[in-house]
Ligand binder design. Structure first.
Ligand code: PRP
Length: 183
């Protein structure tokens, strides 16, 4: 799905499909170099990271394992509270594993800082964070991130996994949602 179908709902394409593809390939290459000797466990955070996980995993050439978590932040509306609930836990035991968290976006940073600490507490040998997008202006906590695809302005973005009310996840680019849609 490209943005032609939702022209009236978006104000701007921030990151094009081609830019995503190129950046994801670069990020996958860095992971390939790093994980020559051990099979990393890529942990995708549902649902936003589905597209990024699918693409970065396929762009990697070393053997990997994949697993998924679904998390929910307690609190109302779009404001993250920092208190995280696990809706779906990993199938894999992370003890002794080299874990790569694959996340679509770092907004406040609360989800990722909680998740990285949680996986470390389970005895992971290492935990690194790879995020496609980051909003520096929205961050409330520092997150130690190994790789970020793109730093973006503090605007409501959709596409390539990111939603508003479960819509727009299948846009192939990342676009700014017109405020009239959510006001
Ligand atoms: C989004 C996103 C991250 C989190 C980032 O998930 O996918 O997991 O919020 O926000 P934070 O840095 O402020 O913690 P969301 O809860 O919207 O769920 P979804 O991935 O299923 O859309």
């Amino acid at each position: 799905m490209n943005t032609d179908h939702v022209q009236n709902d978006i104000t701007e394409v921030l990151v094009t499909e081609a830019q995503i593809k190129q950046r994801v390939a670069e990020m996958a290459h860095i992971l390939d170099e790093k994980y020559q000797d051990e099979v990393p466990l890529l942990v995708g955070v549902l649902k936003g990271a589905v597209m990024f996980m699918a693409d970065i995993a396929r762009a990697m050439t070393v053997p990997i394992n994949m697993d998924w978590m679904a998390l929910s932040s307690y609190g109302s509306g779009t404001v993250s509270s920092g208190v995280i609930r696990i809706l779906k836990d990993l199938d894999a035991d992370v003890h002794g594993r080299h874990v790569v968290i694959i996340e679509d976006i770092i907004d406040s940073g609360l989800t990722l800082s909680w998740l990285a600490a949680n996986l470390e507490a389970r005895g992971a040998a290492s935990v690194e964070v790879v995020a496609l997008l980051r909003k520096p202006a929205a961050m409330k906590v520092e997150v130690d991130v190994a790789q970020v695809g793109f730093d973006i302005p503090n605007e409501f973005v959709v596409g390539y996994g990111l939603d508003f009310n479960e819509r727009y996840r299948n846009l192939t680019s990342i676009a700014v949602l017109d405020p009239k849609v959510y006001r």
